[in-house]
Design a binder for this molecule. Sequence first.
Ligand code: G3P
Length: 218
Amino acid sequence: MKFFVDTANLAQIREANDMGVLDGVTTNPSLMAKEGIKGVENCKKHYVEICNIVEGDVSAEVIATDFEGMVREGEELAALHRNIVVKVPCIADGIKAIKYFTGKGIRTNCTLVFSPGQALLAAKAGATYVSPFVGRLDDVASDGIELVEKIVDMYRYYGFQTQVLAASIRTTQHIIQCIEAGADVATCPLSAIKGLLNHPLTDIGLAKFLEDYRKVNG
Ligand code: G3P
């Protein structure tokens, strides 16, 4: 399973990349706003900065919600860097825009997906990635991981090439569940990725190794 980091924070992207396990980055308008990035030109500059840090796909989301606007913005975003993936909301004009981008060889990430039916439409339009939002389904007492499983099964059954990119990942346990569900990618907060390292037996074992080494070597 590939790891993307779900942030527009350059320091966190650098830290994840320096760990050597980063395969890409996803952003959204909320994450860009959190970093205080305002205006179209500044957003574009920021996407290029991200692309210069990580060698992997970087999702940049359109703001327009009509077909023409999404096409215009998406083409501008895709022209910024070869690793940009245009992120498009799962609405009727978004599906139409994904179909258009597919025809132009522009890669897409269909976002805000909450049902297998939405994921089917994204795949039929040729989306490169589909993003089921795990945590937000859990927030409304639904089962986000179950949606990931259903989409993975559906894509395998019908032979769709669209990759399942589990999004809205909140915890380290979500990452483990995504592996079990067969997700192609999980886009995660850096803290959840680092959480994979935590095991008390590792800490206890390392302390004992060092203690025994010092007993003999001083
Ligand atoms: O990738 C989508 C993600 O950023 C949404 O996460 O935690 O806002 O539901 P969250």
